[in-house]
Write a protein that binds this ligand. Structure first.
Ligand code: FAD
Length: 596
């Protein structure tokens, strides 16, 4: 890393990005591969054999597994070495998350523990807090929990009613209130808790289970991830020493939202593990199940499933590791002192807040798609507990709800772009003006069709970006300050940005593979990118047309209509044949066919 150009958050919309400037999983280092194998072996050998006991919430097994994970370094991938961690690069932490993602409920326990329940201390803890808590959390001696949600503060997290009042002698805060849906609460020893000091200043605290006045309520009976603990946590005159305030009084929002940024891009990686398992299990079944005298895997509609699961997973993988490397590349621009500073690290993550949300939304929806198609491939057996697909289907659903619902994350994506444009950090307006000029040009837009491999897809990507920029400008101009009230439009703008980021990530990765490994190795990458671009084109047209119909501004529409005309004029590809070729690859490899 370090030789790639460093891009600003959101710049993928306004700039042309070269393939050489994107990290691809084909460039995993030996260290990445080793840690992946360590984490995968741990899940296969230690977690999977215990799935039934985990599902029964056997605390001894679950806490024991967390300690074992700690012994081999899996709890401290983001923790500095001096506090017992491995301090891996962000790609490495995602590699571990992907492997652990196959651990069903244990993956949720682990993700919560290592992410939002540990990272606030890594980023914002004092030296004493780090020394006291991080070694325990990293070794797995202690499990962590993260208490943000309350009955009246879900998506609206800052609407907290939990109150903290400084004691008369100034030595501690007294907390009163109730948190709900708290993962790991049955077994956690440390809790990151948010409360309002004097009912006003939203503040983060580290609370130990041994402090007087903290208790947990009954377990929620959930649809899935039944082996993870989810309880209310109640604070009744709970005494928390003043030295356990995180960052500063009134700065809790920084702690809470920065922790979520990390949770979001890593969720993309956690979801990948499940996507790849869905594909491997679905193809194994499809090639053994005989109906009408043939394996069902030889039928076009089953092939379509295998191909589409693989294509979406390919995009998800490409974009997730791209974001991890973007964060790492920007961290590499910090000097040694800045690199050690938690708030500086958090600021780098915040730069890519929209990309982190894209990882979360795309990853969780890709996983839902894959587990659904896994169930469907198994037919009636897929619906029965005896097969893993049933559990995976139920377990997957939560990912669209926690770490910020996908609705909230969708709203955040264009919201971040518009805010950056106002702050002159992202040249959205200038890029929209350039797109308008290109739309004005006579004749068909001349794409880089001379590129024999990716000409059509590069042309489409450019047209998608121009469509999105013009549609964003149209919405911003017409709704101005009221845009936030136009959520349906904002969500469509988010979808346009998400699909651009996905397609571009897949395309640039395929270009890298083509250049470094040659056309034979790159053939199915090309097929995936072509099929995905073809599937995305009508969606782009549809979103833009819906926004135009809602806004009804003829003047603003004209440029967009010209771009949409050019998208429609791009020669179609034979998506059916492309997807069949990918499915053939899946059947040949008996697994997800991309990567190494
Ligand atoms: C199994 C599980 C584990 C969890 N673990 C934790 C944890 O460890 N720590 C923690 O703090 N929390 C945790 N949560 C809570 C989780 O983060 C919240 O459930 C989530 O943030 C949504 O809040 P809510 O449930 O109150 O839903 P609401 O906020 O009431 O949302 C309900 C619906 O309304 C939509 N909505 C809300 N506001 C808007 C808006 N402004 N515009 C458009 N749509 C909107 C939402 O997208 C959603 O579809 C967990 C939840 C579950 C179920």
């Amino acid at each position: 890393m370090g030789e790639r150009k460093v891009f600003a958050g959101g710049e993928f919309l306004t700039a042309d990005i070269a393939a050489a400037d994107m990290f691809v999983p084909e460039r995993f280092t030996e260290e990445h591969r080793m840690i992946f194998k360590t984490a995968s072996d741990f899940i296969k050998k230690e977690v999977v054999p215990n799935l039934e006991r985990i599902e029964q919430q056997d605390g001894e097994v679950i806490c024991g597994l967390l300690r074992k994970a700690g012994e081999i370094g899996l709890n401290g991938t983001d923790v500095p070495v001096e506090y017992g961690g491995l301090d891996l690069d962000k790609v490495g932490t995602c590699v571990v998350a992907e492997a652990v993602g196959n651990g069903f409920s244990f993956a949720v326990t682990h993700a919560n523990h290592t992410g939002i329940s540990t990272m606030p201390i890594v980023l914002f803890g004092t030296e004493d807090q780090k020394k006291k808590y991080l070694p325990k959390l990293t070794s797995g001696e202690w499990m962590g929990a993260y208490c943000l949600t309350e009955p009246n503060a879900g998506s609206d997290a800052l609407n907290s009613r939990t109150k903290a009042v400084l004691s008369e002698d100034g030595t501690h805060y007294v907390l009163n209130g109730e948190k709900i849906f708290i993962t790991n609460s049955a077994w956690a020893e440390s809790f990151i808790v948010y409360a309002k000091v004097d009912g006003e200043k939203f503040t983060g605290f580290i609370v130990e289970r041994s402090y007087p006045g903290i208790s947990t309520g009954p377990e929620e009976k959930k649809m899935g991830i039944k082996g993870s603990s989810t309880r209310p946590v109640v604070f009744q005159d709970c005494k928390v020493p003043v030295e356990n305030v995180l960052l500063e009084v009134g700065q809790g929002h920084k702690v809470a939202f920065n922790a979520l940024n990390i949770g979001r891009y890593k969720m993309g990686a956690f979801a990948l593990g499940g996507c790849k398992t869905s594909i491997a299990e679905a193809v194994k079944y499809a090639d053994n199940r005989i109906q009408f005298g043939r394996p069902i895997g030889s039928f076009g509609l089953i092939k379509k499933k295998l191909a589409e699961m693989s294509i979406r997973t390919y995009m998800s993988e490409s974009l997730t590791y791209r974001v991890a490397a973007m964060i790492e590349d920007r961290l590499a621009t910090l000097d040694a002192a800045e690199r050690k500073s938690g708030p500086q690290n958090a600021a780098v993550m915040e730069e890519y807040a929209a990309e982190c949300s894209i990882c979360k939304v795309y990853g969780s929806e890709c996983l839902d798609f894959c587990v659904d198609e896994w169930v469907q491939t198994l037919g009636g057996y897929g619906y029965c507990e005896e097969f893993m697909a049933e559990r995976a289907y139920r377990d997957s659903r939560i990912n669209r709800i926690f770490e910020g619902t996908n609705e909230i994350n969708r709203l955040l994506i264009p919201g971040t772009f518009f805010k950056r444009a106002m702050q002159r950090r992202l040249p959205l307006l200038q890029a929209a003006q350039q797109a308008a000029l290109e739309a004005e040009e006579e004749g068909a837009f001349s794409p880089p069709l001379e590129d024999p491999h990716f000409g059509r897809e590069k042309a489409l990507l450019r047209l998608f970006k121009n469509t999105t920029l013009l549609t964003m400008a149209l919405a911003a101009k017409n709704f101005a300050a009221k845009l936030a009230e136009e959520q349906e439009t904002v969500a469509m703008l988010a979808d346009m940005a998400i699909e651009i980021f996905a397609l571009e990530s897949g395309l640039l990765r395929a270009e890298n593979v083509l250049r470094e490994e040659g056309p034979d190795k790159a053939e199915h990458y090309l097929a995936a990118v072509r099929a995905y671009a073809a599937d995305t084109a009508p969606q782009m047209v549809n979103w833009a047309e819906q926004v135009m119909a809602h806004v009804s501004d003829d003047e603003g529409d004209a440029g967009i209509r010209r771009v949409l005309g050019r998208i429609r004029a791009v020669q179609p590809v034979d998506s059916v044949a492309l997807k069949r070729s990918i499915a053939d690859r899946v059947r040949e490899f008996q697994r997800y066919p991309f990567g190494t």
